[in-house]
Design a protein around this ligand. Structure first.
Ligand SMILES: [Zn+2]
Length: 281
């Protein structure tokens, strides 16, 4: 088993900042900038790999559009049947490089046992205020894994509370943080089917999305992962086929090969119909 520190040093070489000003996060496993960084899009999810499954295509598309993107993982996925937290951290860093993320930070909450309570909300609010994203992509509000739904609600409530100036938080150096509320929180549809509010055409980056999922070779079907580990719900070839089928189904709704689906509780405001996919469907 490789210690987290060696992993981090290995990742620094690949980090977009060339290692300048980056440090080990509290969870000791991924790269996070010491200074606050303003992001356009921040994806927040409970398990490393949720983002890759749910919204990595959208992150890749937004990156291509010149946006600054990042991921905050709430836990290290330490209850996963296969692999180890160290291996999953390595996989998350590999996926981050594929997605070209500006930031990937792990908050080190307890997989399975984190709560949507004040203590956890304050930890997440600190991260939201550190990165000041315009848009947050988060876990679904209801899904097969109960962690996903609980995280979805934690994310929604923390984004709202983060906008209240009387909720006081401090940064890593003990300085008071400015309040910040993301303009939108979009919940990505991951495992259980839900009818999307909108779908995002990810056709140009679909292969890269699959690569980011395959970076988690301990979790999903991979010919490279030969250890004698038990099969799980997500480790069979059928699971990956179902993921591809889901994206094709969302794509078909708007007349493109592949799309990701999102649910928003807040009404989306539009200024320009030209941003819409306008296919004959
Ligand atoms: Zn998950």
């Amino acid at each position: 088993m490789r210690p987290a520190k060696v992993l981090h040093k290995a990742e620094i070489a690949k980090c977009p900042k060339g290692g300048e000003g980056w440090q080990l996060c509290a969870g000791g496993c991924t790269f996070a900038p010491m200074k606050a960084v303003k992001l356009d899009i921040l994806a927040i999810a409970v398990h490393p790999d949720d983002v890759e499954l749910g919204c990595s295509g959208t992150l890749l598309m937004e990156k291509q559009n010149g946006k600054r993107t990042g991921v905050v993982d709430l836990t290290r996925g330490e209850l996963g049947t296969r692999g180890t937290p160290e291996l999953r951290a390595e996989e998350a860093a590999r996926a981050a490089a594929i997605l070209g993320l500006d930031v990937r930070e792990n908050l080190g909450m307890a997989d399975g046992f984190f709560r949507n309570d004040e203590a956890h909300q304050r930890r997440l609010i600190r991260a939201i205020r550190k990165y000041r994203p315009e848009i947050v992509l988060g876990n679904a509000l209801d899904d097969r894994h109960p962690d996903h739904g609980r995280a979805g609600h934690l994310i929604t409530e923390s984004c709202f509370l983060s906008g209240l100036r009387k909720v006081a938080t401090e940064d890593e150096e003990g300085r008071p943080q400015e309040h910040w509320r993301p303009k939108y929180v979009f919940h990505f549809i991951q495992d259980r089917y839900a009818h999307p509010t909108f779908v995002y055409d990810i056709t140009p980056v679909f292969e890269a999305k699959l690569q980011s999922i395959r970076a988690y070779s301990s979790q999903f079907f991979s010919t490279e992962y030969s250890e004698n580990e038990p099969q799980t719900y997500i480790s069979t070839p059928e699971f990956l086929n179902a993921i591809i089928g889901r994206h094709q189904m969302f794509g078909k709704m708007i007349g493109v090969p592949y799309a990701e689906g999102f649910i928003t509780e807040k009404v989306i405001g539009v200024r320009d119909f030209d941003a819409f996919v306008q296919m004959d469907t």
